[in-house]
Design a protein around this ligand. Structure first.
Ligand SMILES: *Cc1c(COP(=O)(O)O)cnc(C)c1O
Length: 395
């Protein structure tokens, strides 16, 4: 059996998305900026895609900027708010310790340029509260940026409530909704969101394409100078095939969201219950306020990389959580942020399901993880020390 359980890292493109792209690769190849009919045909498709994406997010087409993906959208949102804030003498930015690196590294760069970045503590359940945001907002706060759903442990933040606090205080609110888009209901107006990032390859669309929503009146800085594409806010000939694929994928995901989630949530819960039976294991992130397809555990005395390799041998493609930190020996910043000790954080496993996952696959994964954990412990000196009492269990 081959089971792809790494949908939080990227997803397989849907047939709908592939079909939506095909005509724009070879037939409708014009440059949307060209005045002739071939270009105008492409421009019509571009306008249509922008309006369809806007309709799905609950905003106006003018408020949509196409980017090269989630990372670029995060960078542009944060840098824009920082530049605008600095011009008004506001250089305080609020975020959390468990954001994606596209947010955290942008904030670190701004910190070096004199911005004060305050990272809110994340509770052990992987959630921050609107009250924490309220308490942290100051006169000189120019931006609150908090992710919608966490890419490692899957926790879903109270975004509308956080947005309401920001609105009341007159502070810009950006959310990295890359894990949420296509999986959870988004309505930027009703949810008080000023800026939002999403990325197509996390909802069965193509890689290298994303969206930055910025509410009308929110100023954007160009990160890429050149032509006047994207209302002059993002130069470069539009990646129309990818834009069309993303639009079809998002429509598909939103249309089937309720049905997909009604199927996924029981599978996720079955997987969580099965893995909880493994001795000295712990679920990361709140049990219910989490993405419908995310399961994330830590196991005592297990080295995450070995677990992943042996699972791959059994046909299960999983992740330790962060695609960006795999290959490095640093434990995940997300697990440290929710207070897991280093030695536990190293033994992490993320299984992220898709609407195609079956109950048979879930049962196979429970069995495979249980077997691999037992095997790795049987050859682990740390496990032996825990058994003989030379070391004490952390979980
Ligand atoms: C994948 C991801 C990103 C980066 O998106 P890309 O399109 O790969 O640049 C940013 N934030 C979160 C939460 C993600 O999961």
């Amino acid at each position: 059996m081959q089971i792809y359980a790494d949908n939080a890292a990227t997803t397989k493109m849907s047939a709908t998305a592939v079909h939506a792209m095909l005509p724009y690769l070879a037939e409708i190849y014009g440059n949307p900026s060209s005045l002739h009919s071939v270009g105008q045909q492409a421009n019509e498709a571009l306008c249509d895609a922008r309006a369809r994406i806007a309709a799905l997010l609950g905003c106006n087409a003018r408020e949509i900027t196409f980017t090269s993906g989630g990372s670029e959208a995060d960078n542009q949102a944060i840098i824009s708010a920082a530049i605008r804030g600095a011009a008004k003498g506001k250089k305080h930015i609020i975020s959390t310790a468990f954001e994606h690196h596209a947010v955290l590294h942008t904030l670190q760069k701004l910190q070096k340029q004199g911005f004060e970045v305050e990272l809110l503590d994340v509770h052990e359940n992987g959630l921050v509260t609107p009250e924490q945001v309220r308490d942290a907002i100051r006169e000189d706060t120019c931006l609150v940026t908090i992710m919608y759903a966490n890419n490692e442990i899957g926790t879903v933040q109270p975004i509308p409530e956080i947005g309401a606090v920001c609105r009341e205080k007159g502070v810009l609110f950006h959310t990295d909704a890359v894990q949420a888009a296509g999986h959870l209901h988004i309505d930027v107006k009703a949810q008080n969101i000023d800026m939002l990032s999403l990325s197509a390859h996390k909802f069965h669309g193509p890689k290298g394409i994303g969206v930055l929503y910025a509410r009308r009146g929110v100023w954007l800085e160009n990160l890429i100078e050149g032509g006047a594409q994207e209302h002059g806010k993002r130069a470069g000939t539009e990646n129309l095939p990818a834009i069309m694929g993303m639009t079809a994928a998002l429509e598909d995901a939103c249309a089937n969201m309720e049905r997909n989630n009604a199927k996924l949530i029981p599978l996720r819960d079955r997987l969580m219950d099965g893995l909880s039976q493994i001795p000295h294991s712990i679920l990361n992130g709140d049990r219910t306020s989490r993405l419908p397809g995310n399961v994330h555990f830590c196991f005592e005395a297990i080295e995450g990389e070995s677990l992943l390799l042996l699972l791959d041998d059994k046909g299960v493609q999983a992740s330790s959580g962060s695609a960006c930190t795999s290959g490095s020996l640093d434990p995940s910043h997300v697990l440290l942020a929710i207070g897991r000790p280093h030695e536990i954080a190293h033994g992490s496993l993320r299984l992220s399901l898709s609407a195609e996952t079956t109950v048979e696959e879930v049962d196979y994964m429970i069995e495979a993880v249980t077997d691999v954990v037992a095997y790795l412990r049987s050859i682990s000196p740390v496990w032996r020390d825990l058994q003989t009492g030379k070391q004490t269990f952390a979980i």
